[in-house]
Design a binder for this molecule. Structure first.
Ligand SMILES: [Zn+2]
Length: 268
């Protein structure tokens, strides 16, 4: 895994981006389908839109999710929903505050809805038959994210999953979501990481908790492997080590946590 150094530009409905091998790729932006939801309120002027939060819908169909997010009684929404076939629906204008994050925290901020754009990816989720995100859906997401990143000052480290901002409650978008693929396209953070460095000592829990906090998780530095810490470590693993979701601090997870914290130092 190498640090991702990519750049991109959006012009006239065309996205140009340079991948990590230095190749230039282009995509035409697909039309966005307006499907307004009543579930939003005002953003305050003093809060920047500096986060992008990704979700899965966790319902049996995309139509059902769209209906729920447009039902005033449900009081939930997102700015966008992306179907598995790549269709992009716009539910809430970006300048409005959508209701997707709920009780959450990141980098000391609690009102995540106030400072984020929320995107829902259609997927049945862990409850109804979790499955991989199809290439058509992922490329639509990359397109949309590229345009969002040109409109708002969102640092790579602030492109996160719902499970990152609410590790005790949420598991979306989940371990089948390929963060590294997105990062290769300049969306989100992926760490420098030299695998297979031999562990010379037991991982230090207090150090790991501190580093997880440096990245952005709400976590107490207690030195104790308590239940809340296990939830945060599991959320971290879903994002950066999806093959292992045990919530335990082994040498590999400790090394990855350090790598992510180090990458944060290089990113705004
Ligand atoms: Zn969610």
């Amino acid at each position: 895994m190498n640090e991702v150094a990519t750049s991109f530009a959006v012009q006239d409905n065309r996205i140009s981006w340079i991948d990590e091998a230095g190749r230039t790729a282009h995509t035409e932006m697909r039309p966005v389908i307006d499907h307004p939801s009543p579930n939003h309120d005002t953003r305050t002027d003093d809060t920047p839109v500096d986060m992008l939060v990704l979700h899965y819908t966790g319902m049996q169909t995309g139509e059902a999710a769209l209906e729920r997010m447009c039902d005033a009684a449900a009081k939930v929404s997102a700015h966008y929903m992306i179907e598995e076939d790549g269709r992009i629906f716009r539910l809430v204008p970006e300048e409005r505050r959508a209701w997707h994050a709920g009780v959450a925290a990141w980098r000391g901020h609690r009102d995540i809805n106030a400072r984020s754009i929320g995107i829902e990816l259609v997927n049945p989720g862990h409850e109804f038959g979790y499955r991989g995100f199809p290439p058509a859906q992922m490329s639509a997401l990359a397109e949309l994210a590229h345009t969002i990143l040109t409109r708002h000052p969102i640092a790579p480290r602030n492109v996160v999953g719902h499970s990152d901002v609410a590790p005790a409650r949420k598991t979306d978008p989940g371990e089948l979501f390929t963060w590294q693929t997105l990062a290769r396209q300049g969306i989100g953070l992926w760490p420098d990481h030299k695998p297979h460095r031999p562990a010379t000592h037991e991982p230090d829990m207090a150090h790991a908790q501190r580093q997880l906090g440096v990245y952005g998780y709400a976590i107490d530095v207690s030195g104790i492997a308590d239940a809340a810490t296990a939830q945060v470590i599991t959320a971290f693993q879903r994002h950066f080590r999806p093959a292992c979701l045990d919530g335990l601090l082994d040498g590999e997870t400790a090394m990855l946590i350090d790598a992510v914290a180090a990458a944060c130092g290089k990113s705004a």
